[in-house]
Each structure stands twice: as structure tokens, then as C-alpha cells.
Design a protein around this ligand. Structure first.
Ligand code: NAP
Length: 240
């Protein structure tokens, strides 16, 4: 049975992927900070081990690694948990640096720390690492400098790791707009009901994982046939 670690799986894209992969027979280890919400979200899913905690906490990351260790192999690490930063999004001139440090801790350092901890079992499986990115990593939008620069750093870590660890597949994955809590925080007060559900990007990511293309940066929109799968809804592209 293939095994994966997915961070940030109590809602949004992480939960969509947890549901999809357990439905395909995967064993999962998942996390999120709010224990009750995580348990309620994945409690009904067989073959899921929920470990509540914050990815920026070294002890929590060690607990994830300890849970993955007995199997000796790990097929997928999906670094999905992410921090947007303050809402409304502040311009860089006034961006609070303590908030920026928190964004980098969650979006850059914690994913790399998990990669370091799980590299052994990932290598044993010839596994894949998905670091969830954003178009804010490559395009410049006012207000998105904190989050976007952190995602750009994560993209670059992904690209360098692909050269250093060619036995693994390394993917920076840009899901595009999704109708989620994070997206609503990014656009406070706006009606985001035209954005696609996270299952649309999830379908694209499933396609990517099954095709196992060369390491690189991929967008959900690279897999339009998956995004148009029955039961998914597609809204117009906006930004981020
Ligand atoms: N939504 C979009 O339009 C969009 C666009 C481009 C890229 N993305 C990226 O897609 C990914 C998923 O986003 P989403 O919109 O699905 O987010 P979401 O619905 O807000 O869900 C985020 C998940 O991560 C968990 N989480 C947040 N901080 C965490 C931490 N420090 N430690 C552990 N878990 C944490 C949350 O639970 P707790 O709050 O309980 O911790 C939740 O389960 C992110 O990497 C995001 O940057 C999103």
C-alpha cells in the first residue's frame, strides 16, 4: 500500500487530496494545528493517521517522522500547509517583519525540515515530494510580496533538491485559485464563489502523480482534462 504524508489536511486542497488518496488505497499521515477540526475532517477516512500540530514545531515534525518510520518507505510528501500572512495583505514597505518571519517559517523552513527528516524513507521508495506553490511565486502582485517571495523560495528549494537528489521526483505545484479559507482571507469581504473547489486542483495533482513526469514546476492548469473530470466545477481563472 503506498504511503504519504500530507500537511494541512483538515480542509482545502490537503483534505481533498487526503480523501482522494485514501479512496485509492493509500496510507496517510496528516496534520493541521486545530485538532478537533482535523479529527472531524479525516476521522471517517480509513488508513489515515492524524497528528495534530504545527509544522513549524520541531517536536511535531519529529512525531510525523516517527509515525512514518516503521514502514521504512514513504511514496509521497506533500508540503501543503501554508501561511498567508496578515489580512488584508500588507505592502512590503510596511510589512511587519515578525509576521514575515512566521510566513517564511511555515512556507519555507518547515517544508525543508520535513524533507530532511523524511529523505530516508522517501529515497527507499523512490518517492515524490510535492511542494505546493502559487502563481504569486512567479508573478508580482501588490500585497503578495511576503507570501509570494516565500513561495518563490520554496520553488527554488524544489528545483535545487531535484539536482541534488535525482532518485526522487520533486514537484513545485501551483494549484491556481481555489475556493478555500486561505483564499477568502486573501480577498476579505469578496465573493469568491466563482473560484473552483480545491477538488479541481486535486484532480490535476492526482494526474501529475500518476504520470510521474520529470521533476519541475507544474500548474493545475497544465492538466485541464483532469480539471474537467466529472463532478468537478471550474470557474474562471483570477489570480494567486
Ligand atoms: N486557495 C488558493 O487559492 C491557493 C492558490 C495558490 C496556492 N495555494 C496554496 O495551496 C495550499 C493549500 O491552500 P488552501 O487554500 O487549501 O488552504 P486552507 O483551505 O486554508 O487549508 C490550510 C490547511 O493547512 C493547515 N495549516 C495551516 N497552517 C499550518 C501549520 N502551521 N501547521 C500545520 N497545518 C497548518 C490548516 O489547518 P489549521 O489552521 O488547523 O492548522 C488547513 O488544514 C497552500 O500551500 C496554499 O499556499 C492556495
Amino acid at each position: 500500500m503506498p504511503a504519504a504524508v500530507i500537511t494541512g489536511a483538515s480542509q482545502g486542497l490537503g483534505l481533498a487530496m487526503a480523501r482522494a488518496l485514501t479512496g485509492r488505497g493509500w496510507d496517510l499521515i496528516v496534520d493541521a494545528r486545530h485538532a478537533a477540526q482535523l479529527t472531524s475532517a479525516v476521522g471517517g477516512l480509513a488508513t489515515v493517521t492524524a497528528i495534530p500540530g504545527d509544522v513549524t514545531d520541531p517536536a511535531h515534525r519529529a512525531a510525523i517522522a516517527a509515525s512514518a518510520a516503521p514502514a521504512g518507505r514513504l511514496d509521497l510528501l506533500m508540503n501543503n500547509a501554508s501561511r498567508l500572512g496578515p489580512s488584508p495583505l500588507p505592502a512590503l514597505r510596511g510589512y511587519p517583519l515578525d509576521e514575515l518571519a512566521d510566513v517564511y517559517q511555515t512556507n519555507v523552513l518547515a517544508p525543508l525540515a520535513l524533507i530532511q527528516l523524511l529523505a530516508g524513507p522517501l529515497t527507499a521508495a523512490g518517492g515524490m515530494v510535492v511542494n505546493v506553490s502559487s502563481d504569486a511565486a512567479t508573478d508580482a502582485y501588490p500585497g503578495w510580496g511576503g507570501y509570494g517571495s516565500a513561495k518563490a523560495a520554496l520553488d527554488q528549494l524544489t528545483a535545487v533538491l531535484a539536482t541534488e537528489e535525482p532518485a526522487l521526483r520533486w514537484y513545485a505545484f501551483d494549484p491556481g485559485d481555489m475556493r478555500t479559507a486561505m483564499h477568502q482571507r486573501a480577498f476579505p469581504g469578496e465573493d469568491i464563489s466563482d473560484r473552483p473547489e480545491p477538488e479541481v486542483a486535486g484532480a490535476a495533482l492526482l494526474r501529475l502523480l500518476s504520470q510521474r513526469p520529470p521533476s519541475g514546476r507544474y500548474r493545475a492548469s497544465d492538466y485541464p482534462e483532469a480539471s474537467r473530470a466529472p463532478g468537478t466545477q471550474r470557474g474562471p481563472a483570477v489570480t494567486r
